[in-house]
Design a protein around this ligand. Structure first.
Ligand SMILES: Cc1ncc(COP(=O)(O)O)c(C=O)c1O
Length: 560
């Protein structure tokens, strides 16, 4: 396929070869920017000059004549999906830039774009949420007793939690005679009545296979199924429903992407993962590496659970062909700066996959802003059914990469001699899909959208603060995962007590938590652990439930 020309108003549509002069310029600028971004993210940025005037940089090897014309002459805030576009006007003169670099050639520059960019890539900054951890300790004062929460009304300025909870019939269940408190949301979430109704309505009224057939129910089923695809596209900020491919879930999604990327990999090519990854984002790449001779490189995390960006920057090279990273960790809760990391990988011409299993249910996601090739998630982790998930795949990647599974639905024409494939997304969807659950997933996303994703994120963030302060006040409790930006995952251990036993003891109180390795063994082994107890939050949890959890954990700790 021809490489499309560089279009400055958009992220690069395809990996750019590094020997291309314009791509080399872009890559140098990106490197300078990323060095500064990393420095700024770690608070080592030199002081910012006040209102520095803009000066156009000069290039040893200028961009093609059409490129600068599309770059605004005035400073514009960084839009993370377009870092490579904004760089020429905003690359700062950082001390680490080499003398011949574009930033050194432009000493008077405007840092506002970079500041906005760095702020933005810190995950939730655009929601203006306070950090849970500030310098490694909880930013909130721990409350000493469970009565603290009774002052917090169920309608706490964010949401009418009692009304929301009534939407989830399972939350009325009792376990061992106690009200169920569901703290296993990172494993799977509970389903609102709207999702249960969508599933039963489909089977009671519309059930049919889709696309083929001239009858009414086939049309109804097809409409509902394709409407859900549009809902997913809108939810992720994709530009078209054709960019959404249905899969069974995140695991199948990553296997799909690994398998269609495999033919493009050769011996010595590198696949970059982080130490945080779920096994679903490790094993498929290992299988592909075995087949192709590619090598897996791992970006380490620090003691808090943050990805070490300097190490990542060093790992990237022209050998990097794929970067596959979690948006949020299921074992530690870390929110990963995927926009920054994607920009850095794209500057090297690598494909980027972001695993959104633990992010889409916690905060708004915009795939175009991230700029990745693939974004994947599972329906059951976002209040939808099991057995359904989605891959966002850019049109460019869809057009370039081969299908994975063959069969019905993914073809245009078949003879025994030759098959031509359907256009995307059908090209990647062989066989009869999971129609009902796709419709159920659409209903789940509609439900979350109607409640307000930013409101949900803010409420959940407040819950995370509260739970962190309550748990860290317990004598001896070690919280594992104290990253700057976190989703509501609170992994912990108590000295000398098997996490599984803690999980069982909590279950006897009606408190459902996960205990084990959470399918992320490397991330726990980083801290010398094989297992933790992991309560994980969703917007239907309450301060009262957190009090029950903290009181029960404190009692277990005391008995020991
Ligand atoms: C970060 C992450 N990635 C991938 C997966 C796999 O998701 P699934 O089992 O729904 O395919 C999970 C599941 O816990 C996860 O937390």
């Amino acid at each position: 396929m021809d490489t499309p020309p560089f279009v400055p108003a958009n992220p690069l549509p395809a990996p750019q070869p590094l020997h291309d002069p314009s791509a080399a310029d872009i890559s140098r600028i990106a490197d300078a920017l990323m060095r500064d971004a990393v420095a700024a993210a770690h608070g080592t940025m030199p002081p910012l000059p006040a209102e520095a005037p803009m000066a156009p940089p000069t290039f040893a090897n200028p961009l093609p004549a059409h490129a600068p014309a599309a770059i605004p002459a005035t400073a514009v805030p960084f839009a993370p999906a377009t870092p490579l576009v904004a760089m020429p006007t905003t690359v700062p003169a950082c001390s680490s830039a080499s003398p011949g670099s574009p930033s050194a050639a432009s000493p008077a520059t405007d840092y506002s774009g970079l500041k906005a960019f760095v702020g933005h890539i810190r995950g939730l900054d655009h929601l203006q949420l306070p950090r849970v951890f500030d310098g490694g300790t909880p930013a909130l004062t721990p409350s000493s007793s469970s009565t603290a929460s009774s002052a917090i009304p169920a309608t706490s300025g964010f949401l009418d939690i009692d009304a929301v909870r009534r939407d989830f019939p399972i939350l009325r269940e009792k376990v061992h005679g106690k009200p169920l408190a569901w703290f296993d949301n990172a494993a799977t979430t509970q389903k609102p009545q709207a999702v249960i109704d969508a599933l039963s309505h489909f089977y009671a009224h519309d059930n049919s296979n889709i696309h083929r057939g001239a009858h009414t129910l086939a049309a109804r089923a097809t409409d509902a199924y394709e409407h859900a695809r549009q809902t997913i596209a809108d939810f992720l900020g994709a530009s078209s429903p054709d960019e959404i491919i249905y899969v069974r879930g995140c695991t199948e999604a990553i296997n799909l992407c690994a398998n269609i990327l495999a033919p493009g990999l050769s011996r010595g090519d590198e696949i970059v993962l982080t130490e945080l990854e779920h096994h679903a984002n490790i094993v498929p790449w290992q299988m592909v590496a075995e087949r192709t001779g590619a090598v897996i490189r791992v970006v380490p995390i620090d003691d808090r659970g943050d990805v070490i960006l300097e190490a990542y920057a060093k790992l990237l090279s022209p050998l990097t062909k794929v970067v596959s990273i979690s948006h949020a960790s299921n074992s530690l809760g870390t929110i990963v700066p995927v926009e920054l990391m994607t920009g850095m990988a794209k500057a090297r011409g690598a494909r980027v996959l972001v695993d959104g299993a633990q992010s889409v249910s916690h905060f708004p996601v915009d795939v175009r802003r991230i700029g990745c090739d693939f974004y994947v998630f599972s329906g059951h982790k976002i209040f939808g059914p099991t057995g359904i998930g989605a891959v966002f795949m850019t049109k460019e990647a869809q057009g370039t990469l081969p299908p994975w599974q063959g069969g019905g639905n993914m073809i245009k024409d078949v003879t025994f001699a030759h098959t031509t494939y359907a256009g995307p997304p059908a090209k990647f969807e062989a066989g009869t899909p999971n129609i009902a659950d796709a419709i159920g997933l659409g209903a789940a996303l509609d439900y979350v959208t109607a409640l307000g994703r930013e409101r949900l994120a803010a409420y959940e963030h407040e819950l995370l603060h509260y739970a962190t302060s309550r748990l860290t006040a317990i004598d001896g409790l070690r919280l594992v995962g104290t990253a700057r930006d976190k989703v509501g995952v609170l992994s912990f251990v108590l000295p000398g007590i098997d996490p599984i036993e803690i999980g069982k003891a909590l279950d006897r109180e009606g408190l459902a938590v996960r205990a084990g390795h959470h399918c992320a063994q490397p991330s726990l082994r980083r801290y010398g652990l094989e297992a933790t107890v992991r309560p994980s939050l969703a917007f239907y949890n309450t301060h009262g439930e957190i009090d029950r959890l903290a009181d029960a954990v404190a009692a277990i700790a005391r008995v020991k």
